[in-house]
Design a protein around this ligand. Structure first.
Ligand SMILES: *[C@@H]1O[C@H](CO)[C@@H](O)[C@H](O)[C@H]1NC(C)=O
Ligand SMILES: *[C@@H]1O[C@H](CO)[C@@H](O)[C@H](O)[C@H]1NC(C)=O
Ligand SMILES: *[C@@H]1O[C@H](CO)[C@@H](O)[C@H](O)[C@H]1NC(C)=O
Length: 493
């Protein structure tokens, strides 16, 4: 199916929000935030509206983080209907500079919740989510806009203050002074926690505001670990009488979380009807993939899951990838949306290159205040390789972080477009089904039900306590992009 109805824009914005608000926002049983108990010296910035300069950075410092610089500027980037700020917050003795884009809510910035969005990779810039999925504007590949972007009416900042973070260091516009790297998710979590602490200290009027962490793909590993770090650090902060971060929920789209179900899902999407009505993989390949699956699964259990053995796990994944992923490439399909063909080298979409070029323009860099050395890349190979060298994806039981968060009252939404192959909905459904937590029995007993956008079924969902799972019919990995498919809800924005 060709790529002819590109980007009816992020209906996902409406879609996931609709879903998210169908379950009432129960008060967090363990709400551990009390902005008024902040005993610190007030930061020397009043609030965001005191940052007025579009030309240069307003530079700030904080008495408790003497090495943490803050550079913020106002920007007329992307969304003229709200205040937009971009800049760097420095972590780790000030040597790592993490870049963010902050957009006020279009509804009520003084009251609305705060959301963070990150993309995965590892190594990919959150500008992908911003300009291609759910941000206030989209990259203009048709050449209709003088400023390079078009306004997105479905943006998630319709009802949340949202920031897009390039992390870890080395990703997007984020950079380090002396070649410092971050090579595991656990390390990245410490930097993100520092970022958030400084963020809420800096933007005083957001302190104590409910925070939601969202992202996709590798964020399925990032976010449970980040959220757990925030939760644990909150306990320490509270004991020391410092202010805490009001973490409420995590939202993961087409994520990779529990690796044990990954290959089963990869088989299913190619060879069963769980994505397309007719399986697109050849019968010959399907029979071979199915035959390889038990050996792959047994090796994974032995070397990656029950006990982690770096060499054994690495060899197993190589076997699994050769036999289960390998045949996919022959199909020429888009790994992020199997209803389409792959159109570009990077991430299969022509928008990738357009975003990279746009963000590398000197004029864009100047407008945003980007100060990273070298050319901008959408995904950093170096960061990606560093994580792979530690088998970061395979070496940890990330689902246990999810269970622990649920037990402590943090809401979790796992959603997945049914056309994605990479981090597909089947693999996600399987791990959520067997997640070990006290709500598991109740979750299993729940009936699947349809959920609706504008009166049309958009997918299936079920929930138990703070856990919600949802599929999104006919959506790919990056949910903004829908093919010219028969899926009514998606064809007329
Ligand atoms: C924020 O700063 C502006 C300008 O300095 C000021 O007028 C406003 O009252 C401040 N708002 C809050 C909530 O402190
Ligand atoms: C960029 O241009 C488009 C129309 O071409 C407009 O809708 C949008 O608001 C502009 N963005 C900014 C930030 O001015
Ligand atoms: C940046 O891109 C330009 C143009 O594509 C290229 O000539 C240059 O070598 C690149 N620089 C780096 C540091 O990769």
């Amino acid at each position: 199916m060709l790529f002819n109805t590109v980007l009816p824009l992020t209906l996902l914005g409406t879609a996931v929000q609709a879903l998210w608000t169908q379950t009432p926002l129960a008060t967090n049983a363990l709400a551990h935030t009390d902005a008024s108990s902040n005993l610190e010296t007030p930061f020397n910035i009043m609030n965001l509206s005191s940052v007025q300069s579009e030309g240069s950075f307003t530079t700030l410092s904080h008495p408790r983080f003497p090495n943490h610089g803050v550079r913020i500027k106002k920007s007329n980037f992307c969304d003229p209907t709200v205040s937009v700020y971009t800049g760097y917050l420095d972590v780790d003795q000030g040597a790592k500079h993490l870049f963010f884009y902050f957009f006020e809510s279009r509804r009520d910035p003084a009251k609305d919740d705060v959301m963070m969005w990150i993309n995965g990779g590892p190594g990919c810039s959150s500008s992908l989510g911003l300009l291609f999925e759910l941000g206030p504007c989209s990259i203009d590949i048709k050449g209709v806009s003088a400023n390079g972007t078009t306004w997105n009416p479905y943006s998630w900042n319709n009802d949340a203050n949202i920031f897009f973070l390039d992390q870890p260091v080395g990703v997007g516009y984020s950079y380090a002074d002396f070649g410092e790297t971050v090579e595991t998710t656990e390390e990245a979590a410490r930097n993100v926690h520092a970022f958030l602490t400084i963020f809420f200290e800096t933007f005083k009027q957001l302190s104590g505001r409910p925070l939601h962490l969202s992202g996709e793909s590798y964020a399925g590993r990032y976010l449970p670990v980040f959220a757990s770090e925030i939760y644990d650090q909150n306990l320490i902060a509270k004991a020391e009488g410092r202010s805490t971060i009001n973490l409420q929920s995590i939202l993961i789209g087409n994520g990779i979380t529990d690796v044990s179900t990954l290959y089963e899902g990869l088989y299913d999407i190619q060879c069963s009807t769980s994505a397309l009505e007719v399986p697109f993989q050849t019968i010959g390949n399907c029979v071979q993939i199915k035959a390889a699956l038990p050996r792959c699964q047994a090796g994974m259990r032995k070397y990656c899951i029950d006990q982690f053995d770096h060499i054994g796990c690495g060899a197993t994944i190589e076997f699994c990838d050769n036999h289960i992923r390998g045949p996919f490439w022959e199909s020429g399909r888009n790994v992020y949306d199997v209803s389409m063909v792959c159109e570009s080298q990077d991430l299969c979409y022509p928008e990738d290159e357009a975003i990279r070029e746009f963000l590398d323009l000197p004029s864009t860099r100047a407008m945003l205040g980007a100060e990273s050395p070298g050319n901008f890349s959408l995904c950093s190979d170096i960061v990606g390789h560093n994580f792979v060298s530690h088998l970061d994806k395979w070496a940890h039981h990330t689902q246990d972080y999810v269970a622990a968060l649920l037990e402590r009252g943090i809401r979790v939404l796992i959603y997945a477009g049914t056309y994605d192959w990479q981090c597909n909905w089947v693999a996600n459904k399987l791990w959520v089904d067997k997640l070990e937590w006290t709500g598991n029995e109740a979750y299993k007993k729940e009936e699947w039900r349809s959920w609706f956008v504008n009166g049309k079924a958009a997918g299936e969902t079920k929930e138990s306590r703070k856990l919600t799972f949802a599929s999104v019919y006919g959506a790919g990995h990056m949910m903004s992009v829908f093919g010219s498919t028969s899926f009514g809800p998606w064809s007329d924005p």
